[in-house]
Design a protein around this ligand. Structure first.
Ligand code: SAM
Length: 275
């Protein structure tokens, strides 16, 4: 395995900014594995979140010819633009990714999102992407391994929680591989992992009331040691829990995603039916 130095080095190196969660990937091996996982096909619309110094950007651009990159750090815009000139068409959106309307950016096509995400913003970025799931074909993100574990966890796992239920209700989650701290400069304190997220086809999404699901799941896991009878007391009564086929003496971490969705759908339907 070789480290850092490759033909794809952007030709500029700036000090990393902690406040922007900058940990630049430099291990060739992991960069290649990300590009291989994304495997861009002709006609794909690739969008990278946080290109940084171009570790993933330039290999993808070399392979695909065109890429849109969303970067918040103004100091990176000119060097990225200059370094991309010889390689392909790099369109840089100089914005906070949370303010980018992915549906508008997609303009009727489906985006393939890629990013070694700033870890301090990973959950907001995931939920922002979910808001635009219909405009997204798939996502390949580098995140803290602990976050990927939570995203993919199932009932019975200690790390199964709000993130697991809310993401799995809308996406298939596939953890791909772990990346050690030494692959980045500066190294983060924890292991990272790359995850693939594929938004479900609308026909497979059974959620009828997204806000209601969010409320139920937040309450259930807000007090995860309590039984649902108690944890959900402000949200619904015991009869409603039983009507959804869930035992009220269970704790949230024992309830699978489909059952949370059933409960939220039934609460929503009951409210709609009320005179
Ligand atoms: N992709 C590069 C790599 O793998 O070496 C950089 C990854 S670094 C972990 C995260 C990147 O996201 C940085 O370039 C940082 O400036 C950028 N970033 C941080 N906050 C952002 C935001 N709110 N919107 C867009 N980009 C952001």
């Amino acid at each position: 395995m070789t480290s850092s130095h490759s033909a794809d080095r952007p030709g500029f190196v700036l000090p990393a900014k902690k406040a922007l969660g900058q940990h630049f990937l430099h291990e060739r091996h992991y960069i290649d594995r990300i590009v291989h996982a994304v495997d861009p096909k002709p006609g794909d619309t690739l969008v990278e979140i946080g290109p940084g110094q171009g570790a993933i950007t330039f290999p993808l651009l070399r392979r695909h010819g065109a890429l849109t990159a969303i970067e918040f750090d103004r100091d990176l815009i000119a060097p990225l633009t200059a370094a991309a000139q010889e390689i392909g068409t790099l369109t840089i959106v100089h914005r906070d990714v949370l303010s980018v309307d992915f549906t508008e950016l997609a303009a009727g096509r489906k985006l393939r999102l890629v990013g070694n995400l700033p870890y301090n913003l990973s959950s907001p970025i995931l939920f922002h992407a979910l808001d635009h799931a219909a405009a997204i074909a798939d996502m390949h993100f580098m995140l803290q391994k602990e976050v990927v574990d939570r995203m993919a966890a199932g009932p019975g796992s200690k790390v199964y929680g709000r993130l697991s239920v809310m993401l799995q209700a809308y996406c298939d989650i596939v953890p791909l591989f772990v990346v050690p701290p030494g692959a980045f400069s500066p190294p983060p304190k924890v292991d990272s992992a790359v995850v693939r997220m594929i938004p479900k086809d609308p026909a497979r999404i059974t959620v009828r009331a997204p806000e209601r699901l969010a409320t139920v799941v937040r309450a259930a896991f807000g007090q995860r040691r309590k039984t649902l009878r108690n944890a959900l007391s402000t949200v619904c009564d015991v009869a409603a829990i039983e009507a959804a086929g869930i035992r009220p003496d269970m704790r949230a971490e024992q309830v699978d995603v489909a059952d949370f969705i059933t409960l939220a759908n039934q609460l929503h339907a009951a409210q709609v039916e009320q005179p």
